[in-house]
Design a binder for this molecule. Structure first.
Ligand code: SF4
Length: 206
């Protein structure tokens, strides 16, 4: 069991898996910068609330902005969409503004939603999907053992990062190019420091 202040937000898992420093800036330092990518993200999430006639015709019930939590894993947050088939089996769908990323940050966030749904509804959740607005396509994600294991590790590492309340060094790679926090983070300005600190970075999972 986790105390209320030990719970990790589902969104924090995605931020951590993308870049631990981004996670710390948002969830510890409360930094948030708007840029073209975050504004696109807001527009995509507005579309989440538009009814989908095809799904309604197929008999699928669509729940939007559903609150999810897991006591076992100490996580909570909001799912964009959870679709329920005629047998009430849940299928989480997360909406993202960009295209498919090589990193597994989006899949980890979705898998954490599945862990919550399994606990809340006492039934298995084996698959979900990420809708990438840029390609207008869904990518189906299977919650296999590898992804579940990576998600659980990410939950624990994110909780540790937030509890320690320390800012990890910048990752300083291609991720920084599209990052909304690049001005607050200043990865170039602390280049030398980052190079030496990354060697001993306890949060270097990805
Ligand atoms: S600018 Fe780079 S190092 Fe800084 S938070 Fe963004 S991705 Fe992480």
């Amino acid at each position: 069991m986790f105390a209320a202040d030990e719970y990790v937000m589902l969104s924090a898992l995605q931020h951590f898996a993308f870049c631990p420093r981004q996670c710390a800036l948002i969830h510890i330092e409360q930094v948030w910068e708007e840029n073209i990518y975050t504004l696109r993200g807001l527009r995509v999430h507005e579309k989440v609330h538009q009814p989908d006639d095809e799904l309604i015709e197929a008999g699928i019930r669509v729940e939007r902005s559903l609150y999810l939590a897991s006591k076992k894993y100490g996580i909570r947050g909001i799912a964009d969409v959870v679709e329920f088939d005629r047998d009430n089996n849940p299928y989480p769908v997360e909406y993202k503004s960009g295209s498919k990323k090589s990193r597994q940050a989006d899949s980890i966030q979705l898998c954490a939603q599945a862990l919550c749904l399994e606990e809340m509804l006492a039934r298995p959740v084996n698959k979900g999907a990420i809708f990438y607005h840029k390609s207008r396509r869904r990518q189906e994600i299977e919650f296999n053992d590898n992804l579940r294991s990576l998600t659980k590790k990410t939950i624990e590492q994110t909780r540790l990062l937030l509890a320690e309340s320390k800012l990890p060094p910048p990752v300083q790679d291609k991720r920084c190019e599209d990052c909304s926090l690049i001005e607050a983070c200043m990865p170039d300005a602390i280049n030398d420091f980052a190079k030496s600190a990354t060697k001993n970075n306890p949060f270097k999972l990805y």
